[in-house]
Design a protein around this ligand. Structure first.
Ligand SMILES: Cc1cc2nc3c(=O)[nH]c(=O)nc-3n(C[C@H](O)[C@H](O)[C@H](O)COP(=O)(O)O)c2cc1C
Length: 213
């Protein structure tokens, strides 16, 4: 009898341990079907942030953002991007330039906003002009960084306009300081920081999706 009860005990333990992961799986599936999938939640709740708190971004979070960025899928694993994290001094200089250019164009001074919207972190991304999929690589890199930031409680904003400004003759020295290789083109920047606003989602055009039979 003793042997039989021990066998039942072992069998019970085995079935319990076999059951636990599948139960966990089921819970994860249920959570996903209830819209609690963390990745989906992060994607759907992300918005471009244009107002930031005066709170620095922790180095560890910045490191995670960059690490997740370079783990993006990319053509032939060429990693055809260049990434430049600029410091506060650089952002201030860019702000001053942007401001003077806007004033020269007749902009209302009180309406000129900071280039990074006041975010403490600004990352520039450049693409390899000799590789036809490099802009895709750079876009996926940025998406990874933006979504990682969101998952860590940080806001972000893609900044395309600033790449145009940086190519003006007035910005030559700022562009040079990024020290990009010859065949690289400054594509865009992303600002990161703690959000000080919660903008609503902008409508998306679902009709752009078509299933081809
Ligand atoms: C390639 C690209 C360039 C962008 N450039 C700018 C920009 O220069 N300034 C800005 O405020 N937002 C910029 N954005 C942010 C878009 O305006 C924003 O993603 C879009 O309006 C959708 O809003 P959402 O990000 O809140 O969903 C850019 C986004 C992308 C992807």
């Amino acid at each position: 009898m003793k042997t039989i009860s021990r066998l039942f005990f072992i069998a019970g333990l085995a079935s319990l341990s076999a059951c636990t992961p599948s139960q966990k799986n089921m819970e994860a599936q249920e959570a996903a079907s209830e819209g609690k999938n963390q990745v989906i939640e992060t994607i759907m709740s992300r918005r471009s942030i244009r107002k930031y708190k005066q709170q620095p971004v922790e180095q560890e979070k910045l490191r995670q953002i960059l690490e997740c960025g370079i783990n993006a899928p990319n053509g032939q694993n060429k990693q055809s991007w260049e990434i430049r994290v600029v410091n506060q001094e650089y952002i201030s200089e860019l702000d001053s330039l942007n401001r003077s250019l806007a004033i020269a164009k007749g902009a209302d001074e009180s309406k000129i906003r900071h280039t990074s919207y006041g975010a403490p972190v600004m990352i520039f991304i450049a693409n390899d002009t000799t590789y036809d999929f490099s802009q895709v690589d750079c876009g996926l890199l940025g998406a990874n960084m933006i979504l990682t930031a969101k998952s860590l409680g940080l806001g972000s904003c893609c900044l395309g306009g600033i790449a145009r400004t940086m190519k003006l003759p007035e910005a030559e020295s700022l562009l040079k300081r990024l020290d990009l290789p010859e065949n690289y083109n400054l594509l865009y920047a992303i600002s990161f920081g703690y959000p000080d606003e919660s903008p609503a989602a902008k409508p998306r055009k679902a009709e752009k999706i078509k299933f081809v039979e």
